[in-house]
Design a protein around this ligand. Sequence first.
Ligand code: NAP
Ligand code: ZN
Ligand code: ZN
Length: 355
Amino acid sequence: MNTRKVLAYAAYKADENLKPFDFVQRDCQDKDVEIEIYYCGVCHSDIHQARNEWGGSTFPMVPGHEIIGKVIAVGGAVSKFKVGDWAGVGCMVDSCRACSHCKAHEEQYCKEGVTWSYNSMDKIAGRPTYGGYATHIICTEAFALSISKKFENNLAATAPLLCAGITTFSPLKKLGVGKGKKIGIIGLGGLGHMAVKIAVAMGAEVTVLSTSENKKADALKLGAHHFALTTKAENMQTLAGSFDAILNTVSAPIDYNAYLNLLNIGGTLAVVGIPAEAVPVNPAILVMQRKQILGSLIGGIAETQEMLDFCAEKGIVSDIEIIKVQAINEAYERVLKSDVKYRFVIDVKQSDMSK
Ligand code: NAP
Ligand code: ZN
Ligand code: ZN
């Protein structure tokens, strides 16, 4: 029996700071890998859920779904990993694996409901799943990602690929982003800066659409070809009709109609940002120029592996600020102020998780 006490940081209530928390690890099943966590990225979705902004949060909640760690134990039937391997865990730790969506490698849309890495129910343990702000996690091998040797010197900066990377790679690929395409990225945050790197690597002409004038130099350094301050009405007029696709990575409600106006005929506004509030859309803008809005949730496991391999090949990792776990509450406040360059990553291994 697994008696490991896992040390973690948890939100005990929606309106309280995160604090130390511990739980006893469940047993490793035949196909499970047990991972000692080294790094975990801080996604804005962690904040939405820890603060119950989407509703339905369960507490105590251990957030974190951009996880990189070392495999320290494997079940008897595991073939993909051995003890000592690096492994990644993203937003999902399991799904039904039998429904048509799972069979089509889109486990994130599982008809039976995904087992999320946290704020979900662990079917084996009969308790909530606990995420990456913790010393250990257990995950079925089918949902653990292989980490290329090319990332070995940069594991902390690799962690954000597990959510921010796949969430932007998947719609960009679906949109056929590549040479000759003009792409706008709304919001230069955790997701947005990954979207810029990936879209540039795919060969597109990329414009960052940002509310922060002070991010212009960074945007260009990240590889973007242009930067536009969206709070300036004049910029929004100049850019009208100029993009094949725009990816909205913003965590807050924004004026969709204003961005639909920036699309060329037949263009797509792809949406990954999930604010707590709904936003109005003017159907006439869609109809009169055959424009569309496309939602996208992370990506399937096979596609996540494909994204990791693409990023390893292209030398893409995240731009990060490393923190100890004790700085997590301050980090949340800075994310809310759009003041992070461009993803916080908790150095779990170097943090004293007990205090
Ligand atoms: P983030 O690091 O906070 O970045 C969001 C960026 O949006 C900010 O840096 C800022 O960029 C812009 N922004 C923030 N507030 C704004 C406002 N009021 N008006 C206009 N722009 C604003 O967040 P993230 O971690 O990238 O996550 C972004 C969103 O994606 C969150 O809602 C998150 O839950 C969601 N998400 C979705 C998926 C999915 O599968 N669909 C996966 C992960 C995350 P500028 O300073 O450049 O304007
Ligand atoms: Zn995330
Ligand atoms: Zn399923």
